[in-house]
Ligand binder design. Sequence first.
Ligand SMILES: Cc1ncc(COP(=O)(O)O)c(C=O)c1O
Length: 455
Amino acid sequence: MPIQKPYEQKRNLASPNQNIAPLTTEIDESGKLMVGGCLLSDLASRYGTPLYVIDETGLRVSCKAYKESLDKHYQGDSLVLYASKANSSLAISNIINSEGLGIDVVSAGELITALKGNLSPDKIFLHGNNKSDEELLMGYMNKVTIIIDNEHDVKRLSNLIPQNADPARLMLRLTPGIECHTHEYIKTGHLDSKFGFDPENLENILYKLKSCDFAKLEGIHAHIGSQIFELNPHQDLAEVLGESLKLAIEIGHPIKDLNIGGGLGIKYVNTDNPPTIQSWVETVAHAITKSCSDKKIHLPRLICEPGRSLIGSSGVTLYKIGSRKKIPGIRTYLAVDGGMSDNPRPITYQSKYSACLVDRPLSPTEEVVTVAGKHCESGDVLLKDLAIPRSSNGEILVFFATGAYNASMSSNYNRIPKPATVLVQNGHADLIQRRELSEDLLRYDVVPDRLLAVI
Ligand SMILES: Cc1ncc(COP(=O)(O)O)c(C=O)c1O
């Protein structure tokens, strides 16, 4: 029977995205799993389950890896933005800020989390393909950079910004014609994407913006996809962005920034083999440098905005095992106390994960189970064919690499409250998001008086 012990693998201490388990994962003298110096079973008892756990060391190492690699491989200025859609909270914003990174946000909620999380507005970048007036105004009033995605953004900014007021700091998002899937990519002239301006409209929009007093276009942006394992797509992107940058400069815009987006993948299962953060940055930095030198333009400030590869590998989720259903000759379901509401990725993208028992990670595997969630949905399956020791009801199971797009994509399906998040480091655990209570879910319900009238 295959044995799946991600924490036993030789770990890359410099690039956490290459490990399934968080950087600080270890096994104590009694054979139990620890992260950040904390026993995972203790965390489950203390904070309850399901529980998101974030390894602060791993997150900080990833931030430093991006920053230091850019300093090493890029001659111009640079800025790393954390794509906060991956996992947004006040504590995480504070960590990101303390590491000297900026943040990319996509909504008023992410924007306020960045601002209240102490990010300076000049390090906040507001995205969105359908920003509300409230979001545009909030971005403008707080002097953050707004990434215009379409003509609608331009039109509404022109209505929202008073005449003779300071112009909005803008970047322009381009659809670069590079389409990425995890293991393959294609280049097309025209991309079927809801995001950004088509390259053939670029010249028009650049001329139009030049005549807009409310607009100060400072940069060009593109993002080609997520969980990418190849380096070539970003090389191609650098070339496309270099051309757009040159055009914008020739038209007279005060361009200083080039944002190449995020997208570097992480290891979820043993067969995943993403490049290191260092090699991704080196490739991008060299490609932009070459593209600018070929086109005889100054090196822009190079911005990138990774999400998953900054935080994904530093998060785990703890679940308590509950019911078991054996279907002879077919499969054994092991149900846990969470599922698609705290991790919608398997049901949405058929994403694969690695998992094990927190207190018996080294015990020999005895059975193959399918880990099911507790939601009223047959597809609520977190992991198919997990080889583990025979487990008992109440044991704690850990899922690895759940730091990105789990908490942030969680829902209250079946009115299940969202889990708590704890941050661990050097044997300390701090609650950074408290567990929702069922009563919290009633806070937004309103019952009209007429429904309460006595019949
Ligand atoms: C515009 C933009 N930037 C950055 C990211 C972060 O991507 P990743 O988490 O793959 O690094 C995304 C993710 O979808 C995105 O849409």
